[in-house]
Design a binder for this molecule. Structure first.
Ligand SMILES: N[C@@H](CCC(=O)N[C@@H](CS)C(=O)NCC(=O)O)C(=O)O
Length: 237
């Protein structure tokens, strides 16, 4: 029983990272195919998976084709009840589902101003008030989950769950752009960035050469300094 996973890019595609972590993070066998997210061939590459338009896409051994990360997450949880993708406790599961849904549909300011960027950290980024507000809401959700359900470990709930999958790219954005967070959130960011699957995903992406480097010319990052990735992560240790 092997899932087929269609992904875009390891360094810049936050939704691809989520799609991969929701398989890899729970030991679900998957075969990965990278489509031409930046080469112009994506529509052609995804044509056999209609109505897929974006990455990630998942083809289940059941034959179902899932074209959105939330649908993928729910289908993987439904088809693998023993894998523990959602927290077991109903109250925790309800909060995890709410947080995942809010991530999927929200945080537009943070996502717009701070694209996921796993090559290196930036220095001197000046977040707009709307970005600060989004980070404030993220921190409120993280501390609520951790206070109620995750106090004994590093994750949002008692065990690594889909909530951690969906917030992993947010943790990378906080570290890359050096966004100010409280101590509890900083330690969660550090746990998310040093999680072995995320480390492996990022490392594999470093081998890819880009001409030009996507997102490096965004107005928001023009004129900023750069910092090695490890130093950016260490800012949250
Ligand atoms: N709602 C979708 C969003 C997926 C998405 O926007 N993926 C980006 C890559 S990170 C993409 O495929 N962009 C190409 C495009 O929009 O044409 C999901 O949750 O899977």
């Amino acid at each position: 029983m092997t899932y087929e996973l269609f992904l875009g890019d390891r360094s810049f595609s936050s939704w691809s990272l989520r799609g991969w972590l929701m398989c890899e993070g729970f030991g679900l066998p998957h075969r990965d195919t990278f489509v031409g997210l930046y080469s112009g061939t994506m529509a052609r590459d995804l044509a056999p998976l209609a109505p897929a338009r974006t990455v990630p896409v998942l083809r289940s051994p059941s034959g179902a084709v899932l074209t959105d990360s939330l649908a993928m997450a729910e289908t993987l949880a439904e088809e693998n009840p023993e894998a523990g993708l959602w927290p077991a406790d109903p109250a925790a599961r309800g909060l995890a589902r709410s947080m995942v849904a809010e991530m999927h549909s929200g945080f537009g300011a943070l996502r717009g101003a701070c694209p996921m960027f796993l090559r290196h950290g930036w220095t001197g980024f000046d977040p707009a008030p709307e970005v600060i507000a989004d980070v404030g809401r993220v921190q409120a959700l993280w501390s609520l989950a951790r206070d109620r359900h995750g106090a004994d470990g590093p994750w949002l709930f008692d065990r690594y769950s889909l909530a951690d999958v969906f917030y992993a790219p947010v943790a990378t954005r906080i570290a890359t752009y050096d966004l100010p967070v409280d101590a509890g959130s900083a330690s969660y960011v550090h746990a998310a960035l040093t999680e072995p699957n995320l480390v492996a995903w990022r490392a594999a992406g470093q081998a890819v050469a880009y001409h030009p480097l996507p997102y490096a010319n965004l107005p928001a990052v023009r004129g900023l300094g750069t910092l090695p990735w490890e130093a950016a992560v260490a800012r949250y240790a």
